[in-house]
Design a protein around this ligand. Structure first.
Ligand code: AMP
Length: 128
């Protein structure tokens, strides 16, 4: 299943004008902490912790984890590995951190371009 079909499966089509797509194109400024050919990491504009970084794939879709297929394991696995590396570079590895991947409205997802939150620098509370 390709990116566009995944977007349809989630009920949200990938919109190439979503805020993260615009950040990827450089149309909206971002405080980037890491980038490579596959993904970009930048600081969240409304941080929920002393360190709050968003890590996004450059690919246009999927919008969320809904409809992910086995073929997505490679890039998504690498995204998590890179998140761990960024967290370590930010000094979070010793005390720990949280990786969050919100899916859909009940989880509070507001941007329809799959993204990982890297949260740390404080003792994080329990989940809701
Ligand atoms: P989510 O609620 O999981 O969809 O997370 C979306 C996140 O994107 C929120 O934490 C927002 O604060 C963040 N965000 C929205 N617009 C921007 C932006 N222009 N630059 C950085 N972070 C943003």
């Amino acid at each position: 299943m390709g990116g566009c079909e995944m977007a349809e499966a989630s009920g949200e089509r990938y919109d190439s004008n979503n805020v993260f797509a615009r950040i990827l194109r450089g149309e909206i400024p971002s405080d980037r902490v890491y980038e490579d050919g596959e993904c970009v990491a930048f600081r969240d504009i409304e941080p929920a912790a002393p360190t709050h970084i968003l890590l996004i794939p450059r690919r246009a879709g999927p919008v969320s984890t809904v409809g992910l297929a086995d073929e997505d394991a490679g890039w998504l696995g690498r995204l998590i590995v890179r998140a761990a590396r960024i967290a370590a570079e930010q000094g979070l590895a010793e005390r720990g951190y949280r990786l969050v991947l919100n899916t859909g409205r009940d989880a509070g997802q507001t941007v329809w371009h799959l993204h990982l939150h890297i949260l740390g620098g404080v003792e994080l509370g329990p989940f809701a």
